[in-house]
Design a protein around this ligand. Structure first.
Ligand SMILES: C[S@@+](CC[C@H](N)C(=O)[O-])C[C@H]1O[C@@H](n2cnc3c(N)ncnc32)[C@H](O)[C@@H]1O
Length: 282
């Protein structure tokens, strides 16, 4: 059930106002998920997801970094990722429209390069997984493991990569990953993101954060997360919040009826919602 963390309770009342809440690169896994919408005439930074300034796509096939700092930070895991031929996994995921295996892949590269520990997401609450999902995951896991093996990585570098590890990570990513949609900065961007949202997913990537993962869901939330130019996020209050009141965000579209919301939360996120709105049948 929802745990409440003291850190997420407001020490003072909050006025309705934009409120910067956290900064910095997401921990664990941030990933531009291929197939990146080709209709988008812009690129985003491989590490922080910041948009490339200016037009054109002169870095096709390569990774774009918005700064030397991002390039340096990504050096470890990107170096590992570049040594591997990902075509089998890419084909598998793109034909099925899967995005989370890309996040596990990046995390695995981060573990191999020593950027993070294999247990870095263990503190997060996992989603409950159905049998069908578990079977799919076994296939993805075998593909990931054999891809590293074929690339000639020493066995001891990938001993953490067990079926249980894969399932453990996926179960956490599934309920804790944020879809990052950047606010359009220009009219052109607005047009291209409108095109993207019709043709495919408008998000530029997905990321797992630590503190924001502790926000429980509410179908009538009092806060909302926004991304402006990269994976740094802000928490905005949607109304006045009382002292001690729990800050809650909404994981889904609130305009759906109670049955549709419950279905998505159960099947997609792996939990049954027990917020006030659902309990009242609204
Ligand atoms: C992103 S985590 C939120 C933080 C989590 N409660 C914790 O203590 O780490 C999502 C998990 O919290 C629980 N949860 C969040 N909102 C809920 C709600 N409205 N009703 C029931 N469970 C909820 C579910 O177990 C879900 O899998």
């Amino acid at each position: 059930g929802p745990r409440s963390l003291d850190g997420l309770r407001r020490p003072r009342s909050l006025r309705y106002s934009p409120h910067r809440h956290w900064r910095g690169p997401p921990l664990g896994a941030a990933s531009r998920h291929p197939p990146f919408p080709l209709s988008l005439p812009r690129e985003v930074c491989y590490r922080c997801l910041k948009r490339k300034a200016g037009k054109g796509d002169d870095s096709r096939g390569d990774c774009y970094f918005c700064s030397d700092a991002c390039r340096e930070h990504a050096e470890g895991f990107h170096g590992i990722q570049k040594k591997v031929d990902w075509s089998l996994l890419d084909d598998h995921c793109s034909s099925r429209g899967l995005k989370y295996p890309y996040m596990v892949r990046r995390l695995a590269c981060m573990v191999i390069s020593g950027d993070v520990g294999a247990d870095c997401l263990d503190i997060l609450q996992p989603a409950q997984l159905h049998q069908g999902t578990l079977i799919e995951m076994e296939e993805e896991f075998e593909l990931l493991k054999s891809t590293f093996r074929k690339a000639g990585f020493q066995e001891e570098l990938t001993t953490f990569l067990t079926k249980q590890w894969y399932i453990n990570i996926l179960a956490r990513i599934r309920v804790n990953a944020f879809r990052i949609e950047l606010v359009a900065s220009s009219y052109e961007d607005l047009l291209s993101s409108a095109v993207a949202s019709v043709t495919c997913d408008a998000s530029v990537g997905n990321a797992v954060y630590m503190l924001p993962s502790f926000y429980n869901h509410d179908c009538d939330p009092n806060t909302h997360i926004v991304w402006l130019e990269n994976a740094d996020a802000k928490l905005k209050t949607l109304r006045d919040i009382d002292e001690g009141e729990e800050l809650r965000i909404c994981y889904i579209d609130t305009s759906m009826d109670v049955n549709a919301r419950q279905k998505i939360l159960t099947e997609g996120f792996g939990f049954q919602c027990r917020c006030q709105r659902c309990l009242s049948g609204d």
